[in-house]
Design a protein around this ligand. Structure first.
Ligand code: UGA
Length: 430
């Protein structure tokens, strides 16, 4: 089939490459000529494991091309996927739908009369119905659930497909697009527009709630002297709860969970449903950043003024160079504001971090960051940080003091190597 993908950020670039991998002819569309040109030449402007190879393979074979022209996209596509961003609006928690609205308007003006326009962006419930009323075109909603760092895997082998459709024809077209994925046994849920939109926001809200739940338990553990890591392990053995997304620490960040729960709470409020639960999920999450800052101050004897602080990690999570709403950088910036001399190391996100936070220092290696530090903060759990030898690290720093903001380091091992070790939700090792 001939598909277009409008918007070539994390979601769109991955979707375009994966659709080519499934055997379709794909045209990616972006209003940014530099991005379109880079992708067309097989270069991916962000870190996503496996994606550069896939883009290079299919731009090489000619099955995947990129353009800035909606006229070209309209003439080419039988099915158009809209993958543009829905950032948080500057004036509050609501989602900014200007890119979605512009993409659908441009497609409605240029697409063939029988083309199917498919939304994949995360939108407030009610958007698809509004677009279907506004434009004389057939619309479907097909939310995505990919995780950064696993985007290719999650697109080619998703846990489920969700088709929000208003006609049998739309469902038939989407079944044809995803035929190889469905043939592999992927569960398919077909739904009306509002339900399809809600599956996405509800899924992210649930994941955020699970993380904030364990972080709330971390607060209780701090007050009562318990250990949230052991608590999470024991909870996770219950099949109904499961061990995933129970890692307490500095909280969640990224381009999705934080803004999606705010947009969802805002939209629910408009609909007359007081989703206060999500406001609390957000508040607990933001308090965890404060808590890490507090632990940093405690270890420095009350204030970080003048302290040399090494921050391990800048990305919002490992496997990504995305620094949007990164807890690591939020904490680093706070400590800088309190007068610390902060040096950040991240294996892939340093360039992005430097552009956004030019007042922080940046080291080329983890060792360089540690050298002479009065305090170390472990804030993004890249696997290589777990490999750091605490004894060797102790010889590099000025004072062996560490906050494990991700709760994954072996507290006893660090303490045995002479480190003062603190982690949110966990007692200091004896
Ligand atoms: C999230 C969802 O997991 C995807 O299913 C969804 O498609 C995506 O948002 C989206 O809406 O596009 P992502 O933002 O890539 O994916 O990252 P996650 O793996 O969900 O992690 C989010 C944040 O939670 C990270 O900062 C991570 O460090 C944190 N986290 C995760 C914890 O603090 N504790 C945990 O136990 C798990």
């Amino acid at each position: 089939m001939r598909l277009t993908v409008i918007g070539t950020g994390y979601l769109g670039a991955t979707h375009a490459a994966c659709m080519a991998e499934l055997g379709h002819e794909v045209l990616g569309v972006d209003i940014d000529p530099e991005k379109a040109a880079a992708l067309g030449a097989g270069r991916v402007p962000f870190h996503e494991p496996g994606l550069p190879e896939l883009i290079a393979r299919h731009t090489g074979s000619g099955r995947l091309r990129f353009t800035t022209s909606f006229a070209q996209a309209g003439a080419f596509g039988e099915v158009h996927f809209v993958c543009v961003g829905t950032p948080q609006r500057a004036d509050g928690g609501a989602a900014d739908l200007s890119q979605v609205d512009a993409a659908f308007a441009a497609l409605a003006a240029h697409a063939a009369p029988d083309a199917l326009l498919v939304g994949k962006s995360t939108v407030p419930v009610g958007t698809a119905e509004r677009l279907a009323r506004t434009h004389d075109a057939e619309i479907a909603w097909n939310p995505e659930f990919l995780r950064e760092g696993f985007a290719v895997e999650d697109t080619l082998r998703p846990d489920r497909l969700v088709f929000g459709v208003a006609s049998q024809r739309a469902e038939t077209v989407l079944r044809a697009v995803y035929a190889p994925v469905l043939a592999a046994g992927t569960p398919l849920v077909t739904a009306d527009f509002p339900t399809a939109e809600l599956v996405k926001t509800a899924a992210n809200a649930f994941l955020a709630t699970k993380i904030s739940f364990i972080n709330a338990m971390a607060e209780v553990c701090e007050a009562a002297g318990g250990d949230v890591r052991t608590l999470a392990e024991a909870l996770g053995h219950d099949d109904r709860i499961g061990p995933k997304f129970l890692r307490a620490g500095v909280g969640f960040g990224g381009g999705c969970l934080p803004k999606d729960i705010r947009a969802f709470a805002h939209r629910a409020g408009e609909l007359g449903v007081p989703l206060r639960l999500l406001r609390e999920v957000d508040a607990i999450n933001m308090r965890r950043r404060d808590r890490v800052v507090e632990l940093a101050r405690e270890l420095c004897g009350g204030a970080v003024l003048g302290a040399r602080v090494a921050v391990l990690g800048a990305a919002f999570k490992p496997g990504s160079d995305d620094i949007r709403d990164s807890p690591a950088l939020a904490v680093a910036a706070r400590l800088r504001l309190e007068g610390a001399d902060v040096t950040v190391y991240d294996p892939v996100a340093a360039d992005n971090a430097r552009k956004a936070f030019p007042l922080l220092g940046y080291a080329a290696t983890a060792e360089d960051a540690l050298r002479g530090a009065d305090l170390v903060l472990h804030l993004t759990e890249w696997p290589q940080f777990r490999e750091i030898d605490p004894e060797r690290a102790a010889t590099l720093v000025a004072r062996p003091r560490i906050v494990d903001g991700r709760g994954v380091l072996d507290a006893d091992r660090w303490a045995a190597a002479g480190w003062r070790f603190r982690a949110p939700g966990r007692p200091a090792p004896a």
